[in-house]
Design a protein around this ligand. Structure first.
Ligand SMILES: Nc1ncnc2c1ncn2[C@@H]1O[C@H](COP(=O)(O)OP(=O)(O)OP(=O)(O)O)[C@@H](O)[C@H]1O
Ligand SMILES: [Mg+2]
Length: 283
């Protein structure tokens, strides 16, 4: 499988939501990371053919994707950032509805729905109306509808928004389990969500891909710039002024801080985290 995004730009009136995006995706888990308004959802909408980019091309297995390429569309499972219009459906009815849209036969649908509902711990609420769900329940329902009919390309827009730590871990493990032989794209601004499962991270800012690589490579790339140091509490404002501070811990001896600095100074260098990768490239 090869999904190729080539020179894709998207304009909404004056707003340049995507600016010459290039990506080469094969089997694996991709974290699409960027701040609010950076263009993640827009890129996803172009990839899924929900909207048409202003310029550039997207190809799947060397064929340009569009609404008529149904084989492609059928191989996508999308978890959108939110859904409206289903509040009065029960969870189970919603799942059958989506299964029907995807062309699943009743028997297949039932088998898959039962398995998925169980996997994300929704059995107890699945016969309740969606409007009575908590944010996390809705989120899990949205997640499993994306997996119906076993799609080859799975696209998740902010999948863990509103999940408690237990369900977040559960979801992350599940994504990891199903990722073999698939292209999985996870859009989020929470690095933790993709920390242990993404093979590759795409950093996007103002509609542009600013950096793209394996997590280890990104961490290596900022190694010279991440520092840690014990300082006096009274010096903290000065550090805040000069540097991006990634953490502050108040200890008995003073303030222990981690910060990003453009010059490489060996003595204070620390091992970077992915959060610091975010801070470095995206803020
Ligand atoms: N339908 C639209 N009409 C006009 N502007 C839009 C539309 N959709 C997105 N935009 C603009 O495009 C830019 C990118 O938005 P997008 O929703 O892709 O960001 P995002 O990275 O998904 O953000 P978030 O983290 O908040 O979900 C923003 O400036 C947004 O205001
Ligand atoms: Mg979005």
């Amino acid at each position: 499988m090869k999904l190729i995004v080539k020179n894709v730009s998207m304009k909404f009136g004056d707003v340049q939501a995507l600016n010459e995006v290039n990506l080469d995706l094969e089997d694996g888990v991709y974290g699409l990371i960027g701040p609010n308004g950076s263009g993640k959802s827009t890129l996803i909408n172009c990839i899924t053919t929900l909207i048409k980019q202003t310029s550039g091309t997207i190809t799947f297995n060397e064929k340009e994707v569009n609404q008529k390429y149904t084989e492609y569309q059928n191989s996508i499972g999308l978890m959108p950032q939110n859904i409206d219009g289903f509040d009065d459906f029960t969870g189970i009815r919603f799942l059958y509805y989506i299964a029907t849209l995807k062309g699943l036969l009743k028997e297949d649908a039932t088998t898959q729905i039962n398995r998925l509902v169980k996997r994300v711990n929704l059995e107890n609420v699945i016969h309740r109306k969606i409007k009575t769900y908590s944010g996390g329940m809705k989120q899990r329902l949205l997640f499993i509808q994306a997996l119906l009919s076993n799609p080859k390309i799975i696209i998740l827009d902010e999948p863990t928004a509103g999940l408690d730590p237990f369900e977040r871990i559960n979801l992350r493990n599940y994504i990891s389990e199903i990722s073999d032989g698939r292209i999985v794209i996870i859009a989020t601004h929470v690095m933790q969500d993709i920390e242990s499962i993404a093979n590759s991270i795409i950093l996007i800012r103002d509609g542009k891909v600013v950096k793209n690589g394996k997590p280890e490579e990104l961490i290596q790339s900022i190694k010279p710039y991440v520092h840690e140091k014990m300082i006096n509490e009274s010096d903290l404002p000065e550090y805040r002024n000069k540097y991006k501070i990634s953490s502050v811990s108040k200890l008995r001896e003073g303030m222990f801080i981690r910060y990003l600095k453009e010059e490489a100074t060996k003595q204070t260098q620390a091992i970077p985290s992915l959060e610091e990768v975010y801070l470095y490239y995206l803020t």
